[in-house]
Design a protein around this ligand. Sequence first.
Ligand code: 9MR
Length: 378
Amino acid sequence: MPKFPLLSLLSALLVAVLAACAGTNVASNAPATPGAPSLAEVYADNFYIGAAVNARQISGRDTAGLRLLASDFSSITPENVMKWEEIQPGPDTYTWELADGYVELGERLDMWIIGHTLVWHSQLPAYVRETTDPDQLRAYMEDHIRTVAGRYAGRIDGWDVLNEALNEDGSYRESVFYKVLGEQYIVDAFRLAAEAAPNTQLYYNDYNLNNPQKRQGVLRLVKLLQDNGVRIDGVGMQGHYNLNGPPIAEVEASIDAYAGTGVNVMITELDLTTLPNPWDLDGADVNQDFENSPEMNPYPDGLPDSVSTKIADRYADLFDLFLRKDEAVTRVTLWGINDAQTWLNNWPIRGRTNYPLLFDRESRPKEAYDRLLTLKDN
Ligand code: 9MR
């Protein structure tokens, strides 16, 4: 169970120092709701409460976000700074500054630190994406995993080793890795990560893992690793959900199925989009992009109370499930700290005003946050 966060005095000091280094001024890390225990404290016996952090937070510029991180979260994930194209833009070029800053931030705040992500078909530099020679591609993957996972061995607590390797029907995605190396690349990626970072947990992470067909694909992937004697410690279910779906029962069935293989389950990228989606898009394929319009952006100046309450209800239903499953669920990570930062302001339509997280654009706690604070009392 969670190594535990926030000796609050210490973390207050550390955030203040960090912010001071960035030329800003953070007064304290008082909880978002004065006098109340923080979200991480409320759920400390159940699972970590995580947040994805961006470059503004890592570099200390988003002081309000950092205050919330210190007060209410016990785990962090790098939203972008450890992706292949960011961290290794050329075969012989590594850019460590933000990634190092990310790990240092996690250590200063005594967080459970996640690495995201070693192998993913998206955000790949052209030199990898365009490789057709198996030996060359295998060599790139080996170098990348050994170098990145090895650099942070003993400091990063869990790696998303492989991200989004499955199609919706559970078959393998035709990524460059699969096309050139076949399913063996999956076994190799986890084996390399286990060698480079022996004490780090290793995860498979994907979206729509509630979907029964995709669930079968995950079970096959976990079995492939286990049959090959290669370690996998967890399945990360990205929670890019909406106000109506997916059904709680589907999420529950997937948690049970994954836990049944002996691995932990994490809810890794939780956010609830509140905006219309006429194309009935599901999931999080970052390559989809559509036109903005007033109908598609109905709340540019603020959310009606009725919708805020719907978001709070939906968060409560989901956390109610996660609490019932807390033997298996070891972490619940929000994909961002506040609504100003969310990727959902720009996907699948650019420039909208979305409201998917627990803190608003001014980093004030929302109704959903208050509901989660008191959920266990009811
Ligand atoms: O939130 C991330 C956004 O800022 C990036 O532009 C995008 C592409 O790298 O990735 C987003 O995060 C994705 C995550 O890494 C993997 N699952 C889907 C997430 C949302 O697209």
